[in-house]
Design a protein around this ligand. Structure first.
Ligand code: 4AD
Ligand code: MG
Length: 460
């Protein structure tokens, strides 16, 4: 039996052909003689209309087919008389896979995204989440395709880690010790030597450090995996578990890094425009009337490149009243990022941050004050990418680690890359869910990952 998807049937012109449609009933209307059942199977945002001649089917059967029921319908594919569709299926045989008498939690329309979060196990059946998850899939595929086509190797970095060198946020501990009665050292601290790995371990906040090891062998690698941060940031842009893409390249400086980030993001936007048109049109109509305009803005011009020092100057002389006064030496706030992106009307890449506010591994500039960090700022999302050229000089790196109180003994493996055949290199991290936020026009990061993990929330 040929398997038909709703998507393939909708583009078929083989009229009068016997077909089989399997999917969920999205609504039910009609008259005494006929019922119209739009069926969706998630293969596309669009439904296929099934026409049921009520004289040919028992009333009992038809009563069971309500919104949300799952059915298998055999029938004939016909050119449609109705508006808004080219084909429909005239039902000849109906099998019910799943029907129910209770009230369906997904009523037809008008349910808030907040409510849908409480039924995240069912929300993929809505048009909205179908669209979002299809776009999410397309982006994951495009990311692998981009790197593969450009000579990068996909590297799997560990999820359980024994180092906390990133300083990128609080970590989640991984342990098999008895929490009520952990083994103790003489000074009363917990004896992690008796733990599963014989040391303290956590879930990783980033695959970068291991990524660097591989880049200094394979030249161009990328990671794409889950990362974990236990910071208590209850914002529409933070998750405790999120996916990150981290390319790392030997022989790249910070400018090469920016070129790659810009080319990569443009490729992804173009890919979505080329391959997710129906879903983007839907999201544009439903959630963000500017979505397509914003996506086109990304591909149509060059990103703005500006140093941190110049960005602070722009903010200071803007005449705008910020809640946090822009000051050289402090991190850019959300309101500052928004202002910059709005002012330039394109994504903004900021470089040359004060070393105090960035990670120890960023390459120090000649001025001794700033580092070759690079953040890419996007409308609404804010920081889409964070990255840098890395400090490849052994002595400078060790000095930076001392300054920032990073224990050297934990990091010998990392420092070895600088001892043996070091090389200039650079890389960045793209937050996958931040990308999907931008691509879909959704406003809360909880709505672009199937099962969000946030403070006090690990349901499903
Ligand atoms: O700027 P971050 O912390 O950089 C790193 O982790 C580097 N090791 C990356 C690298 O150079 N290889 O995080 C990178 C990106 C951010 O720009 C943001 O898009 C995303 O990860 N991100 C988060 N996304 C969702 N929820 C959170 N809590 C996030 N924290 C960071
Ligand atoms: Mg960052």
């Amino acid at each position: 039996m040929i398997k038909f998807t709703v998507k393939s049937l909708l583009s078929s012109t083989e009229y009068d052909k016997q077909v089989e449609v399997k999917g969920w009933v999205r609504s039910k209307r009609g008259s005494k003689e006929v019922a119209f059942l739009p069926i969706n199977d998630g293969s596309t945002i669009h439904n296929i209309q099934v026409v049921v001649n009520l004289n040919s089917f028992p009333e009992e059967l038809m009563k069971k087919i309500n919104i949300g029921a799952c059915v298998c319908i055999k029938g004939k594919l016909m050119q449609s008389q109705g508006k808004g569709q080219t084909v429909e299926v005239i039902a000849e045989d109906i099998e019910i896979y799943g029907a129910f008498n209770e009230e369906y939690p997904l009523q037809k329309q008008g349910q808030t995204l907040e409510y849908l979060r409480t039924i995240a196990h069912l929300r993929p059946r809505t048009n909205t989440f179908g669209a979002v998850f299809r776009v999410r899939h397309a982006m994951a595929y495009a990311i692998h395709k981009y790197f593969n086509d450009n000579g990068f190797y996909y590297l799997h970095t560990p999820i359980i880690t024994g180092s906390d060198a990133e300083g990128a946020g609080q970590m989640f501990r991984v342990t098999t010790l008895d929490m009520l009665n952990p083994p103790k050292n003489e000074d009363g601290t917990i004896n992690y030597k008796e733990d599963f790995f014989g040391k303290e371990t956590n879930l990783t906040v980033s695959g970068q450090l291991e990524g660097e090891l591989a880049a200094l062998a394979l030249s161009k690698i990328y990671t794409f995996g889950p990362t974990f941060r236990a910071e208590n940031s209850n914002t529409p842009r933070h998750l405790a578990e999120f996916w990150m893409i981290e390319p790392e390249m030997a022989f790249y400086d910070v400018n090469d890094n920016m070129d790659l980030a810009e080319d990569f993001l443009k490729y992804l936007v173009q890919y979505a425009l080329d391959n997710c048109k129906d879903d983007l049109d839907f999201l544009n109509n439903m959630y963000d009337k500017e979505l397509l305009k914003k996506l086109n803005m990304v591909i149509s011009g060059s990103f703005k490149r500006i140093t941190y020092t110049d960005a602070i100057e722009v903010l200071k002389t803007s005449g705008k009243k910020f809640e946090f006064l822009p000051e050289w030496g402090s991190d850019l706030q959300k309101e500052h990022e928004n202002f910059l992106v709005e002012k330039f009307g394109v994504p903004v890449m900021v470089t040359g941050y004060p070393k105090e506010i960035k990670a120890f591994y960023m390459k120090l500039n000649e001025d001794g004050k700033t580092v070759r960090g690079m953040d890419v700022l996007f409308p609404y999302v804010g920081e889409m990418i964070g990255g840098s050229q890395r400090e490849e000089n052994y002595e400078t790196l060790v000095a930076r680690m001392k300054e920032m109180h990073i224990p050297e003994h934990d990091m010998q493996w990392y420092l070895d890359t600088r001892r043996f055949g070091t090389a200039p290199h650079a890389g960045f991290g793209l937050g996958f869910e931040r990308l999907i936020l931008f691509m879909t026009g959704m406003t809360n990061i909880r709505d672009v990952i199937p099962f969000p993990r946030t403070p006090k929330n690990a349901e499903f």
